[in-house]
Structures are given as structure tokens and as C-alpha cells.
Design a protein around this ligand. Structure first.
Ligand SMILES: C[S@@+](CC[C@H](N)C(=O)[O-])C[C@H]1O[C@@H](n2cnc3c(N)ncnc32)[C@H](O)[C@@H]1O
Length: 198
């Protein structure tokens, strides 16, 4: 994990939550409807505000949100008391058992890892999914010249091809991939859906 990035999320929890709660991740929701079938168990890795955990529960999934920011976990838990949020950290996910989930969502998280940790993170995300399970993963590049944005958060540059290749190298089949900006936003999202085939 990148301690500086987590420190920023812990220090500015309220403003990040206000930002995330004011937007709807249309692309993520569309892909969930296309590739994930309820009822099933989902882990939301890097669950942030808890917005997506709540939405997934409303779609009929059994969901757990995990995050490396204690501030965000506490905030999500008080906003959605009926949901489960707990502390766990990429790249190892030490608090999550192997082959537990049918699906994983890892939306806007992997770019916060130093490049040298991405491979181990991919391995452990796949470890916690059952064989035949699916993952939706999205990243975005830094909006500044440096990989570390002005507020101190790390945005490791991962092209769409690199992102997909990390998972293919770990025995996944690529089901879908896209690069798109959310409506009315300058943020370019790179999103893949993969299936764990072994
Ligand atoms: C940009 S936010 C995305 C939140 C949410 N997934 C969404 O799409 O709104 C990134 C989230 O990843 C979490 N995060 C960053 N690095 C992490 C790591 N190494 N392990 C687990 N969570 C991490 C942050 O605390 C934050 O909640």
C-alpha cells in the first residue's frame, strides 16, 4: 500500500465522500448488470464511501466492503449500518480468506499502489475469488504531470493493455475492456472485466 495516499484519505474523509456521493458510476453499474448475476457474494475492494456496497446489496448481492482507510471504513459503516465494512489492505489482503467470493469489484483503487506491488495485488484479488468468478477493475491516470497528484495521492500509470495483461498473466480470460470519460468529467477511466479460469 502507499501510506501517503491512505493518509490523505484519512485526513480528508468528508470531502472525498461528498465528491463520491455526488456522482453515479454509470459504467460500473452497467457492467455489473451485464456480467454479475445475483444472488452471489461480492467483495468491494477499496470500498470508499460504501456507495457501491449499498447499491450492490440493493441488487440482491451479499457484499463485503474492505478498505485501507480506517476513516473511510468508519464513515461508510455509519452511513450504511446494515452493511459490512472491514479493514483489509492490498497487495496482500491478509484479512480475507481464499476462494470466498463469486465476484470482486476493485474500482479506482489499483492505481494507488506502487507499480512494484500491482502484480501481488492482482494475485491476491484473484486468490479471494472462486474459480470461474469474475472481477471488475477500473483505474485512472493522474491528472497532473506527475504520478503523485497535488494532494499527495499516488496514481500509478497503468494503460488499459497493461491492466488487462496483469490479469491474463495470472490465468484470467478478458471478457471486456474500455477506456471512457464519465459524463461531464475530465477523468479518463480504464475498465476491465475478467474471469478467473483456474
Ligand atoms: C478513489 S477511491 C475509490 C472508492 C470506491 N471504490 C469508488 O469507486 O468510489 C480509492 C479507495 O481505495 C482505498 N485504497 C487505496 N489504497 C488501498 C489499498 N492498498 N488497499 C485497500 N484499499 C485501498 C482508499 O482508501 C479509497 O477508499
Amino acid at each position: 500500500m502507499d501510506p501517503k495516499t491512505i493518509a490523505v484519505y484519512d485526513a480528508e474523509t468528508s470531502s472525498f465522500i461528498a465528491d463520491w456521493m455526488s456522482s453515479t458510476p454509470a459504467m460500473v453499474r452497467q457492467l455489473v448488470h451485464k456480467y454479475f448475476v445475483a444472488p452471489a457474494r461480492i467483495i468491494d475492494i477499496g470500498s470508499g464511501s460504501g456507495r457501491d456496497v449499498d447499491w450492490l446489496m440493493k441488487q440482491g448481492f451479499e457484499v463485503e466492503g474492505v478498505d485501507a482507510s480506517q476513516g473511510l471504513i468508519a464513515s461508510a459503516q455509519s452511513r450504511y449500518p446494515q452493511a459490512t465494512f472491514r479493514y483489509d489492505v492490498l497487495p496482500e489482503l491478509p484479512n480475507t480468506k481464499t476462494s470466498t467470493f463469486d465476484y470482486a469489484l476493485c474500482s479506482a483503487v489499483l492505481m494507488h499502489l506502487p507499480r512494484q506491488d500491482v502484480q501481488a495485488a492482482v494475485k491476491n484479488i484473484l486468490r479471494v475469488i472462486k474459480s470461474g468468478g469474475k472481477l471488475l477493475c477500473s483505474v485512472r491516470p493522474s491528472r497532473q504531470a506527475s504520478e503523485r497528484e497535488g494532494d499527495g495521492r499516488l496514481f500509478t500509470e497503468l494503460t488499459l493493455g497493461e491492466l488487462a495483461q496483469f490479469f491474463i498473466d495470472h490465468g484470467c480470460v478478458l471478457l471486456d475492456s474500455m477506456e471512457s470519460a464519465a459524463e461531464g468529467s475530465d477523468r479518463l477511466w480504464r475498465t476491465i472485466i475478467v474471469e478467473k479460469s483456474c
